[in-house]
Design a protein around this ligand. Sequence first.
Ligand SMILES: Cc1cc2nc3c(=O)[nH]c(=O)nc-3n(C[C@H](O)[C@H](O)[C@H](O)COP(=O)(O)O)c2cc1C
Length: 498
Amino acid sequence: MQFNDMRGYIDVLREEGLLHDLDIQLNVARETSELQALMRHLHNENGPALMLNNLEGYNMPEIPLLFNPYGTRQRTAMILGEHDPLKAKAKHANILADQSTWIEPNVVTREDAPCKQNKIIEKDIDLAKQLPHAWFGKEGPSYITNAIVITKDPETGIPNTGCYRLTQLWNASHPHGEIYSEEEQRRCLSIFAFWNPPGNHIGLHWAKAQEMGKPLEIAIACVVDPVIQLAGATSLPFGLDEMNFAGGLKGEAIDVVPCETIDIEVPARSEFIIEGQFLPNRDITIGPHSNPIGYYDDEQLFPLMEVQCITHRDEPIWYSTMEMMPPFDHNYMAVLPIEGELLSDLQTKIPEVNDVVVTPNLSYFVQLSVDGAQKPHPEFGKYVLHAVWGASGRWGRTAKIVVVVGPDVNPYDLNEVEWAILTRVQPQSDTIINQSGQAFLMDPSAPKDSSHGIALQSEQMGIDATIKVYERFHSYPEYSNADQESVSAIAEKLKGSF
Ligand SMILES: Cc1cc2nc3c(=O)[nH]c(=O)nc-3n(C[C@H](O)[C@H](O)[C@H](O)COP(=O)(O)O)c2cc1C
């Protein structure tokens, strides 16, 4: 791989003209921040990654802010050394399916770990001065959105690495108008630790520790090699270590180093490491939070973490991102692992599955390599729809809209998917309404569970947009479109003429 930390990935983006420095002053202060508007603008324009060097209302102006690095499918594919999203996805899917390709981390000494260049010990912790705070939209707290979080199963000791959002409490507004205590603002964070029923894995660790009446040690590695973040955003079966999968994706071991105060190893080239623990029976209300389907969650209750040590690199960088109405920066970082997980699962059972595309709004499009009379059996499209809802991993079961198309439909092109639905589907005969699906828990259109106020069950719709030969017809009209080679040839011929 061309890089082994975020700095290296930034260099690659810069060399390819995909990242620019921005010295114009921008405001990031609570309630007056310009960052949400900047995110929308960049996504309207298919804009580049930026390094924001001149921020107002920012508590640590000496630390530059990386913005929108993963804002296109191409830049996200580059995390895996590819430019083509399908190649990146196939790489992710193949390595996921074959655990013999995974590589265990390599433990380095503190001297060889840049993340240890500076150390702040427990008595000096003051998060107002030691972690950057940048606000987005109408969000109450400033969130940490750049981190992987490592905990160990309190029973087995097996580590889990997940990509979860964290809440900073310093200078945060409270959803009920209260004020967070001086101690909470100075040294506490909270983590989105049970965000995705049936439970994200840190949530399972936390629940076990609660039952045992024990604290849970937590290491947060901020601004890491994006390969590690991608592995952390992949929902491996519980009990498998994402750090080994990250090594597989990279093709070499990830260098890790022991923490200073807890028994956890962290990526040695991270920009910041935050060490601490969840205390039993301490949680906190936070909000509002802008969620990835484009609405504000007014308030949420999450476990509280006490910070006991911070280490960081010299001249560190920070990365900040926001969820809002899609598309936004890390949509593609989030959907690539979902696509890889589904592709890996479906292809082991259904070799005719060619590609899975998850849109930023979380519609699921499955492209087959066969259609019409070549389908292995009648109603094959519906069989594939059920397979998506029954796939392993966290995501397939939450797919609210799934469309299955044939090989002549480009699943990255919404116009082509719409064309297939309009010309190959009879709404009653070719759709399935699943009334007992699992909700994407932030979906405001699904009924809310009374205890947490989040959605657990949702109706789902599957659309079989394959050609119904022989289900309904003996033949189908010939498809009329130019093939990609002819289009490229004519484009070449006309180059520079208008
Ligand atoms: C930038 C980013 C932020 C995310 N934030 C959360 C979060 O706060 N909570 C959560 O459960 N999943 C979040 N996800 C998705 C999880 O990282 C993903 O489902 C992962 O598989 C969780 O790991 P686990 O299966 O080990 O729990 C996020 C993904 C990305 C890319």
